[in-house]
Design a binder for this molecule. Structure first.
Ligand code: DLL
Length: 442
C-alpha cells in the first residue's frame, strides 16, 4: 500500500536525528518549566537537579516523576507555565477524587496537538477527499476536539457529530457518505450492530477506515468491527494530560502505535522502583512533553502498562511504537469511554451520607458497557418500602452522574449484604476482560 504522511520529514526521520531533536527540545523545555512553574522548581530542587544538569535525553532519568497526585495537589493553576492570558482552552478528564484533571492549551499547543491527530488520520488513509465523522464526545473530553482539529488540518469534510444519537449518526454517515469514522471502539461496534439490524451489509456502508481509541480493545474486537463495517480499524492513543488523542497512532501495519516522539518522549519504567527499563520490557509508560507550553509535563507517569519497540516498520515511519496498553497500575476503569476511579464513587457515598461499602460491576451487553454500583444501606438507612428505596437510588445515581459524567445503575442493598473481604476489599468486578489485570501499586 502506498504510504502517505502528514509530516513526512518528522515521521520518517532517522532515529539519531530524532534523538538530537528531542535532546534540544528537552533542554529548552526543562528551562521553561523550571523558570515558570514553582511546583516543578520545588520538585527539581528536592531532587537536587538544576536545568543545567539536563544536557540531553541521556539525562532524562535525573528528573523527578510527575504523577496524577501532583496534578491534584497543584489543581487548578499550579502547573501552568504560561500566563492565563496566553491560554485559549482547557480540556478535562476525571481525577481520582472530586478534583478533575484540567489541562491548559495555548494556541500553539492546540496547533501541535491537531497536527498529531492529522498524522493519525493520514496514516489511516485519510486525505482532503474524505468525509470524516467524528463521533467522540465533544466538550471537556479531548476526543471530539482533537480529531475534529486533525480532520480540519487534513482538509477532510468534517462531521462534528459528538457521541450518541445513533440513528442520527447513521443518517449522516449514509446520506453524506462518511469514509472515516472516529469514536471509541465500543461505540463503533454498537454503530456496526445497529447498521446490521437495519439491514445494511458491509458493502453498503460508505466507510473505509475507523480511528478508534480512548479505551482498551482487543484484536477480536478489531476483527469484529472491521467485518461489520467493512473497514480497516486503526488504534489511537493519548491522554488529557498530554493534550489528548494523537500521542500515538497506528499505521497500515496494525502492529502497535507510532509515538509522535518529536513531541512526546517516552520511557518505560518499573512501576514499583521507578527504574527505567530497556526497550522491549513491559512496564509503566512515562511521557515528557517536549513542546507543550501552557501545561508541560516532565516524566508524567501514565499508569498505563505497555511495551515499546523500535523494529523497522514497513510503513516507513521511524517513530518508536507502543503496544496496545496492557492494563493499568491503578484501579482506573474506562466505562463507555469515561475514566472512572472507585475513589470517586467513595467520595460521592461519603458526601451523600452512605458508608463506603459498595461494589462496582461492569460488563458489556450489545457492545455497550453496563455499569452497576451496589451500595449498602446502613441499619439506620434501611427501609423495605420500595418507593423510598427507588427515590434514594435515583438521588444517589444523580450524584454519581454529576461526579463521573456517566450514569450508573445504583442498587441499594441490605446492611451487611456485601461480602466482606479479609484482605483488600473487592470493589470492582469487571467482566469485560479487555486487558490483563495488573495491580502493582495499591
Ligand atoms: O481518552 C484521549 C483519547 C481520546 C485517546 C480519543 C484516544 C482517542 P483520557 O480521558 O485522559 O484521554 O484517558 C486516558 O485512556 O491513560 C489509557 O488508559 C486510556 N486509553 C486512551 N487511548 C487508549 C487506547 C483519552 N487506544 C486514558 N487503548 C489512558 C487503550 C487507551 N487505552
Amino acid at each position: 500500500m502506498a504510504q502517505n504522511y502528514y509530516q513526512k520529514e518528522i515521521e520518517t526521520m532517522p532515529v539519531l536525528e530524532m534523538k538530537k531533536l528531542q535532546s534540544e527540545k528537552l533542554v529548552k523545555q526543562v528551562k521553561h518549566v523550571y523558570e515558570n512553574v514553582e511546583y516543578y522548581r520545588k520538585l527539581m530542587d528536592e531532587k537536587g537537579v538544576k536545568p543545567q544538569d539536563i544536557k540531553g535525553i541521556e539525562d532524562l532519568h535525573k528528573l523527578p516523576f510527575l504523577s496524577k497526585a501532583d496534578l491534584r495537589d497543584a489543581y487548578p493553576y499550579g502547573l501552568l507555565a504560561k500566563p492565563l492570558e496566553d491560554c485559549v482552552r482547557i480540556q478535562s478528564t476525571s481525577g481520582t477524587t472530586g478534583r478533575r484533571v484540567v489541562a491548559f492549551y495555548t494556541q500553539n499547543d492546540i496547533d501541535l496537538w491537531e497536527d498529531c491527530c492529522a498524522r493519525a488520520i493520514v496514516a489511516a488513509g485519510g486525505s482532503k477527499k474524505d468525509v470524516c465523522q467524528v463521533a467522540y464526545g465533544y466538550g471537556l473530553f479531548t476526543g471530539g476536539a482533537g480529531l475534529n482539529g486533525g480532520s480540519h488540518k487534513v482538509g477532510c469534510l468534517t462531521l462534528p457529530m459528538s457521541s450518541g444519537n445513533t440513528e442520527r449518526q447513521i443518517q449522516f454517515m449514509t446520506d453524506l457518505g462518511a469514509t472515516i469514522l472516529c469514536c471509541t471502539p465500543s461505540y463503533a461496534a454498537y454503530i456496526g450492530e445497529t447498521l446490521k439490524e437495519q439491514g445494511y451489509k458491509p458493502e453498503d456502508i460508505p466507510l473505509k477506515a475507523g480511528i478508534f481509541g480512548a479505551e482498551p480493545w482487543t484484536e477480536e474486537m478489531r476483527k469484529n468491527i472491521e467485518e461489520t463495517l467493512g473497514i480497516k480499524a486503526y488504534d489511537i492513543y493519548g491522554l488529557t494530560e498530554t493534550s489528548g488523542p494523537g500521542v500515538a497512532f497506528e499505521c497500515s501495519e496494525q502492529t502497535g502505535m507510532h509515538i509522535n516522539e518529536d513531541h512526546f518522549l517516552a520511557e518505560i519504567i518499573d512501576p514499583d522502583t521507578g527504574e527505567v527499563l530497556p526497550e522491549g520490557e513491559k512496564g509503566e509508560l512515562v511521557f515528557t512533553a517536549l513542546d507543550k507550553e501552557a501545561f508541560p509535563l516532565l516524566r508524567y507517569r501514565t499508569r498505563d502498562i505497555c511495551v515499546l519497540t523500535r523494529e523497522k516498520c514497513s510503513c516507513g515511519r521511524t517513530l518508536v511504537k507502543m503496544a496496545k496498553p496492557m492494563g493499568r497500575t491503578d484501579d482506573m476503569l474506562i466505562i463507555r469511554g469515561v475514566n472512572v476511579f472507585p475513589s470517586q464513587i467513595e467520595t460521592v457515598l461519603l458526601n451523600e451520607g452512605y458508608q463506603p461499602n459498595y461494589q462496582i460491576v461492569v460488563d458489556r451487553a450489545n457492545n455497550t458497557d453496563t455499569f452497576e454500583v451496589n451500595v449498602e444501606m446502613s441499619p439506620e438507612q434501611f427501609t423495605d418500602k420500595v418507593s423510598d428505596v427507588l427515590k434514594m437510588e435515583k438521588s444517589l445515581a444523580g450524584a454519581m452522574k454529576t461526579m463521573l459524567g456517566i450514569n450508573p445503575t445504583v442498587k441499594l442493598v441490605a446492611p451487611k449484604s456485601i461480602v466482606r473481604s479479609e484482605g483488600k476489599a473487592v470493589r470492582v468486578i469487571d467482566k469485560r476482560r479487555l486487558t490483563e489485570v495488573i495491580r502493582t501499586t495499591p
